[in-house]
Design a protein. Structure first.
Length: 328
């Protein structure tokens, strides 16, 4: 056993550095495997943070980042003083919360249902059928939605005329329908794929627990019930096993409340639903890449990122106080 050069001193940065170095020497192979991922993370996630400073500058491509003059918080003030800011923030938050509330429970429900299936072949077919929509690209998905919901020649339009409606409503052009179409198409597309992690968690359940399901004594005469019903097994065995995984995923999704899929929102936008469909991600793209207001777009995006970071810290701290499950 290697002798501790710090003697009996087991606190302070020198001892911590010694222990870290000893751990790296013992597991150098694992750290070598981790190195490419760390390099990619540093190159694509940390190095670009150098350009964040243009949010506090009047950036000009001809002058460069260093040559552009500092303007402090002027870009942030310009955004918050604009007539669009409140509407953008509300559209982003409402659509994201709607997606979270509607989409988060469905993978859990699907995983619990799949776990109850005992016919192996049917279970495999069901899993494949629910996974497949996830692999449809966003462009193709929106194209399918436009075709199906077309009031002129789509399935929706033809069915409406069969039922006697001569002039079907243009759903994709209705601002009030935008969020519903976005959220529920997203649930259909990704619920099966998102359920994989819950199915994996349920695979770790000890099968012996199903033979004698432990239940709340206040609800039943005995603390242990032999041959518990499916509802009892689901409620008292399966669901508690999923709670830690669900909490971790909920914390991670809370850190992305202000981030929405730019591609899908942008492709679903049209002049008729812009009042609801214009969110921060599409606004940043339009003012940055189309209007060439780089500093303003960087400021709006930085504000978006800070809000996500604060929400992640708050939700993680709240989860840690309520239980033992947290990211750190």
């Amino acid at each position: 056993m290697a002798e501790n050069p710090m003697g009996r001193q087991r606190s302070g940065w020198r001892y911590k550095l010694y222990r870290a170095g000893r751990g790296i020497r013992r597991n150098w192979g694992l750290y070598l495997l981790l190195l490419p991922a760390v390099v990619l993370l540093f190159c694509f996630n940390y190095l670009p943070m150098y350009g964040v400073q243009i949010a506090f500058k009047d950036f000009s491509p001809s002058q460069g980042i260093q040559g552009s003059p500092w303007v402090g918080l002027a870009n942030f003030q310009k955004f918050f003083n604009s007539f669009q800011s409140k509407n953008l923030i509300w559209n982003t938050v409402s659509l994201s919360l709607y997606s979270l509330i509607a989409g988060f429970p469905f993978p859990i429900i699907l995983a619990l249902m799949v776990n109850q299936i005992r016919v192996k072949r049917f279970k495999q077919v069901l899993q494949v059928v629910t996974y497949l929509p996830h692999f449809i690209s966003t462009v193709v998905m929106v194209g399918i939605m436009l075709i199906l919901l077309s009031p002129s020649n789509g399935i929706y339009g033809n069915l409406a005329r069969v039922l006697g409606v001569q002039n079907p409503t243009n759903i994709m052009g209705e601002a009030s329908a935008f969020q519903h179409v976005y959220v529920w198409s997203d649930v259909w597309q990704h619920a099966g794929w998102d359920s994989i992690i819950y199915i994996a968690a349920l695979a770790a359940v000890d099968p012996s627990l199903y033979e004698a399901a432990t239940v709340d004594p206040s609800l039943y005469e005995a603390a242990t019930v032999d041959g518990a019903s499916k509802i009892q097994r689901l409620w008292h065995i399966d669901l508690p096993f999923l709670i830690p995984t669900a909490v971790i995923l909920l914390i991670m999704r809370a850190g992305n409340v202000m981030n929405l899929g730019f591609e899908k929102v942008y492709l679903m936008q049209n002049p008729l639903n812009t009042s609801i469909s214009e969110v921060i991600s599409t606004y940043v793209y339009k003012i940055g890449m189309i209007s060439n207001q780089y500093s303003l777009s960087a400021a709006v995006n930085l504000f978006n990122t800070v809000i996500n970071f604060v929400l992640l810290i708050l939700v993680n701290g709240f989860s840690k106080k309520l239980g033992d499950t947290s990211l750190w």
